[in-house]
Design a protein around this ligand. Structure first.
Ligand SMILES: *Cc1c(COP(=O)(O)O)cnc(C)c1O
Length: 368
């Protein structure tokens, strides 16, 4: 079986042992070291480590002091954490449809969704490629919107040389299967000194110094044990990304021209870090997306459907007061992509022969 992801953190053994021997295992110097390395990777002045990516989103929204009725515009084609974080923060969720070429929010749809209550634009840099920040960032600036980038899948990605997470407030996930992992973890990036300070206090029960409370906070802290797991990956992030890029190229070269299949695009000016390599199985392919997934699994090729439905299309969200008038039919691109998307293995542990087997198997079962 060629797995869809491999988690390899063996290189962290020495640092983790160092933390274990120190006896100081909660948030401490290793978290600080991780934050410095992460800020460097994101190209921002500050990085604030937290306990997971969902927390990063929630804390960022909380730091903006949104009022009831304030709206956040985001993508309907994302992991459910994006939606849950906005609901947790008590804001109203508005969706704007995505584009088929980058799977991210469409700037024209954003312009149509914005109202006088819109306060935040939350693009999701899906699969490792950024949204169209060349249009979204100026639009947000013009309309006075804050940008929170859901960069959970895009550590190291860039748009015209500017890194994901540096256009506004960046929120990253360090979950086990993400490109950089600490098992569970998250990071918030920003250039804003005041916001960084606010987030650090919020993360620690709102406490500036011992029993000196400045706000109603929370425990969002990362531990030194987790930070130690992630540091070696940050040090070799360029290498890991280059391996994913080479793998994606080999897949795309091999799969080009397969009837009914669209391979993922790298759009001009964007550096893609290939969290996922996601093809679209169109209506004229010999097999449906679900049939292709089943055939690949049977032949030992790992694969994944990210994501099978538009994010709000579940009973638990229907009629939710903070998700007004969201109807699947209003997001036709997100709906068709959710029906057609299939991710294939692209992680750094694949050999050339693994990649060739993925290509040959997909081509064979689709009659190429
Ligand atoms: C993984 C992910 C998150 C949430 O991160 P966790 O660390 O699992 O809480 C949020 N948004 C997107 C797009 C993700 O892929």
């Amino acid at each position: 079986m060629i797995p869809i992801t491999v988690v390899d953190v063996r290189d962290a053994e020495d640092l983790v042992v160092e933390v274990l021997r120190s006896g100081a295992i909660a948030q401490g110097p290793m978290v600080k070291r991780f934050e410095e390395a992460f800020a460097h990777v994101a190209g921002t002045k500050h990085a604030i480590a937290v306990n997971n990516g969902t927390t990063a989103l929630v804390a960022s929204l909380q730091a903006l002091d949104l009022q009831p009725g304030d709206e956040v515009i985001t993508s309907p084609f994302t992991f459910v954490a994006t939606l849950n974080a906005i609901l947790e923060a008590g804001a109203t969720v508005r969706f704007a449809d995505i584009r088929r070429d980058d799977f991210a929010i469409d700037p024209d749809a954003v312009a149509a969704a914005v109202t006088s209550r819109t306060k935040v634009l939350m693009p999701v840099h899906l699969y490792g490629q950024t949204a169209d920040m060349g249009k979204l960032a100026p639009f947000a600036a013009e309309r006075g919107l804050r940008i929170i980038e859901d960069s959970a899948q895009a550590v190291g990605a860039s748009f015209e040389g500017k890194r994901a997470g540096s256009f506004g407030i960046g929120c990253f996930s360090l979950y086990a299967t993400k490109n950089v992992t600490t098992a569970e973890g998250g990071v918030i990036t920003t250039d804003d000194d005041g916001l960084a300070d606010h987030l650090r206090v919020l993360r620690n029960q709102g406490m500036r110094a011992r029993y000196q409370y400045e706000m109603a906070g929370h425990n969002y802290r990362m531990t030194d044990l987790h930070a130690a797991v992630g540091i070696p990956q940050l040090e070799k992030l360029d290498q890991l990304a280059a391996a994913r890029q080479a793998n994606a190229k080999r897949l795309s070269d091999g799969l080009a021209g397969t009837p009914g299949l669209s391979v993922p695009q790298v759009l001009p000016g964007r550096e893609h870090v290939w969290h996922q390599y996601t093809v679209l199985v169109g209506p004229h392919a010999m097999l449906s997306r679900d049939e292709l997934a089943a055939a690949l699994t049977e032949k030992g090729i790992g694969n994944g459907i990210y994501y099978p439905k538009v994010v709000f299309d579940y009973d638990c969200y229907r009629g939710h007061p903070l998700i007004p008038d969201a109807r699947v039919a209003d997001f036709p691109v997100a709906k068709s992509v959710a029906d057609q998307a299939l991710s294939l293995p692209v992680h750094p542990h694949l050999t050339e022969s693994d990649l060739d087997r993925v290509v040959e198997t997909v081509r064979e079962v689709l009659g190429a």
